[in-house]
Design a protein around this ligand. Structure first.
Ligand code: G3P
Ligand code: CA
Length: 269
């Protein structure tokens, strides 16, 4: 049993669909965004990379082979790096069949299409700049794309968008370009290091396994670049009991492959 004082909490963390709802639909596709919307999930997370000809697309791995049929379609092009293929080539790929035949023909979304779909569902987006060291200048390009698609207006910037990365350098660059957009650093810095991150990150987003209540309190005690307490968004939690335990530690959001399971557990506890 959990002591009463340990259970005290003032809010229920937000459940964020990690790459959509990848337990029910292929990750990082429009079908996965749709599934999240069907389940009433308000926030989705995605991963953004760049094609050889400079298009921003949504894909987690830096190679195409795990989540598409690239290996069959382009047999001579191992290791199928995202950065070695044009958008036209990538759009020929099937990004659904590997997951389930019901999703055959699903495409790798461009960031533009993805943003349109998230908007259509009135969802919110935790956008990860994936492996930015492979894509020099991607931060500036991302700003242009967000502007072009209407995602830099006050409504989106105010409450609907967070840009995150494992790369502190990339996040610092992005923050320098658009200080108004909320950002998240993926990692678990030591308490003494938090003020340095707080210069360019509004959130500190750690793997859930090392999270403790005292570390979360220390993060909340530091103010981010917008003068508000740093937030904690932890990943990747698919078990309801673990989500409830993290809620009791005070995390602000929980990134999950099964966000509907997490949301239900949080609501019931
Ligand atoms: O949002 C957190 C999580 O997505 C970070 O890890 O590898 O799934 O992108 P990864
Ligand atoms: Ca991610």
């Amino acid at each position: 049993t959990v002591p009463a004082h340990a259970g005290a909490r003032t809010h229920v963390p937000v459940a964020i669909g990690h790459r959509g709802v990848p337990v029910l639909a292929p990750e990082n596709t429009l079908a996965s965004v749709d599934r999240a919307a069907d389940l009433g999930i308000r926030w989705v997370e995605n991963d953004v990379q760049r094609t050889r000809d400079g298009a921003l697309i949504v894909m987690h791995d830096t190679t195409l082979d795990r989540t598409t049929d690239a290996e069959q379609r382009f047999p001579g092009r191992a290791p199928w790096k995202v950065a070695d293929f044009t958008l036209a080539e990538i759009q020929k790929l099937d990004a659904g069949s590997w997951f389930d035949g019901r999703f055959a023909g699903e495409r790798v979304p461009t960031l533009q299409r993805y943003l349109e779909r998230v908007d259509r569902h009135r969802q919110k987006l935790l956008l990860e700049v994936k492996a930015p060291e492979l894509y020099p200048g991607i931060e500036r390009q991302l700003v242009s794309e967000l502007r072009r698609t209407g995602w830099l207006d006050a409504w989106h910037v105010g409450s609907r968008l967070v840009v995150q990365s494992f790369s502190a350098a990339s996040l610092r660059t992005f923050h320098g370009l658009r200080t108004d957009v909320k950002t998240g650093f993926l990692g678990a810095p030591k308490v003494a290091e938090l003020p340095a991150y707080a210069r360019f990150a509004d959130q500190i987003n750690p793997k859930h396994t090392g999270v403790t209540a005292s570390w979360v309190r220390s993060v909340h005690a530091v103010k981010g670049p917008h003068g508000r307490p740093l937030e904690v968004s932890t990943w990747t939690v698919d078990d309801g009991d673990r989500a409830v335990a993290l809620a009791r530690m005070g995390v602000d959001s929980i990134i999950s492959n099964a966000p509907h399971v997490v949301e239900k557990a949080l609501a019931e506890n």
